[in-house]
Write a protein that binds this ligand. Structure first.
Ligand code: CA
Length: 236
């Protein structure tokens, strides 16, 4: 593990990757773009790094010795202190089921090896942008569903919900744009940002996760599917 100098005000990326060559390549590419980096070769090192020096984003390899990246992502999401750290999963697997599994574990995005560093940097920036946007707005409430953009907290009937930042952004967008139908590609533009290479299917995965989170409070019915068009938020 090491940290670069000049880390003041820079977004810090934690790279969790057991292959030293890939780790170095990622660190080099990100530092060239002005990020500071911490490196970890396994989950134990990653944990220590998250505890002592909280990263702005984690690049998390799927296949690691010991605990897998997927399991670690789930663990990060289940704890209030680390729930809102963005995660991009690095995966050698390119199958659709694996992509869904990566997103279901709580990752905000995934990137399949081999990837270009240019694409990786673009995705890192897109995820960070998504997180920092809308932070200025105040608390929003709709029929017992309450969102606080400053803390990324969501409560339903005064109970805390476990929600990943991407679902938070999605819910925030819906709640601030009610009653209008948005196509998957429109949601990608608004929530994920333009010029981001994400498949439209990704939207469905996050919608499903969001509904599952809201389901115990029956708020999932607010997120409505409009067949062959897209989705709409309606609290009526
Ligand atoms: Ca690996």
């Amino acid at each position: 593990m090491h940290e670069t100098e000049l880390s003041i005000k820079k977004d810090k990326i934690l790279i969790v990757e057991d292959e030293a060559a890939i780790r170095d390549m990622l660190g080099y590419s990100l530092m060239k773009e002005g990020f500071s980096c911490d490196e970890a070769a396994d989950i134990d090192q990653a944990r220590a790094s998250v505890e002592t020096n909280r990263p702005s984003l984690i690049l998390l390899d799927w296949m690691l010795p010991g605990m897998s990246g997927i399991d670690y992502a789930r663990r990060l999401r289940s704890v209030p202190e680390t729930r809102d750290i963005p995660i991009i999963m690095l995966t050698a697997k390119g199958e659709e089921a694996d992509k869904v599994k990566a997103l279901d574990s709580g990752a905000d995005d995934y990137i399949t090896k081999p990837f270009s560093t240019k694409e990786l940097v673009a995705r890192v920036k897109a995820v960070l942008r998504r997180y920092s946007a809308d932070n200025e707005d105040g608390v929003i409430e709709v029929r017992g569903l309450l969102l606080d953009p400053d803390t990324y907290r969501v409560t339903a009937n005064e109970q805390d919900l476990e929600i990943s930042p991407t679902e938070f952004k999605l819910l925030h967008f819906f709640i601030t744009h009610p009653e209008r139908v948005y196509s998957r590609s429109q949601l990608l533009d608004h929530v994920w940002g333009e010029n981001v290479y994400v498949e439209e299917r990704t939207v469905d995965v996050h919608i499903r996760r969001l509904r599952k989170t809201l389901e115990p409070f029956e708020f999932d019915k607010f997120i409505q599917t409009v067949r062959s068009v897209g989705y709409r938020f309606s609290a009526r």
